[in-house]
Design a protein around this ligand. Sequence first.
Ligand code: UDP
Ligand code: MG
Length: 316
Amino acid sequence: MSNTPQISVVVPVYNEMANLEVLYDALSATMQGVGRSYEVVFVDDGSSDSSFEVIKRLHDKDKRVRGYSFSRNFGHQTALFAGLSQSRGDLIISMDGDMQHPPEMIPELIAKYEEGYDIVNTKRIDAASTGWFKRLTSHWYYKMLNALSDVPIEPAAADFRLMNRKAVDALNSLPEAHRFTRGLVGWMGFRQAIVPYQAAARHAGSSKYTFFKMLRFGLDGIVSFSVKPLRIAFYTGFMVSIGALLYAVYAVVQHFTGSTVEGWTSILVSVLFIGGVTLLSLGVIGEYIARIFNEVRRRPMYFFKDQVGEEKSTEQ
Ligand code: UDP
Ligand code: MG
């Protein structure tokens, strides 16, 4: 307990070898100014480049750097969770490893915290450095997510935030394996503040969120925080059935009045439409069942294959 740091900076890392030293230097400079003891916890999310070698090197020259390496790529949110679980500080700051979350903002987050908050979130102010596609999809996605879910989620929220020990322990105690952190944090409550930040361009490399990872992440957010898609599927099915019933009555009447050959188009259209709605609804239901399946297996969320730096003591 004696030498636990006051601040932990948690950084999930996936193929960021060209960014880590720059980030480390920027963090060191900022933390020097903050004047409190700190540690940096890197979680290497199964990188295929030498990110973990860089982390080890940083640890060799500065013991405040601790590093964990996943046995494979488990995903950004899982890496973030692992880092939060291993953090030891009283104040925990999570940020990306690509310099898009400016380290020089840290004093501002701490100042906000000292006004009496438990959690200080950040919100990206879009600059030209954020691609138009990301801006557009992110904007509409959060609008939709907020319409669907009861938990308010700030648009352009980032996983760049400061939490105190109480909030991190609460977050870590949530049992789900699918973690959409920004939603969970919103759901938790506590006293929360939001600070805007200007997103910088990535220092090196390209986004590790491929289009499909982004889609997956988006779907995770919706399915974890709302059961409305199930209801929408039900209501759509219901409306379509009523329409189909009315149409059936019409078809029978047509049969008895003798004009039954026509109607190929309407049959085709309604069959396709009903087929489409059915498949969509099945997909929605499947998504929830997949989640239940994932959660009931109770598999560990990740494995470490390597680590450097002092262990988190378990008696804390
Ligand atoms: N990341 C990760 N695992 C992944 C994808 C990304 O740990 O599977 C990390 C990545 O190294 C970075 C952060 O998550 O520190 C955010 O990723 P990225 O910058 O690629 O996303 P973007 O900023 O483009 O949304
Ligand atoms: Mg980034």
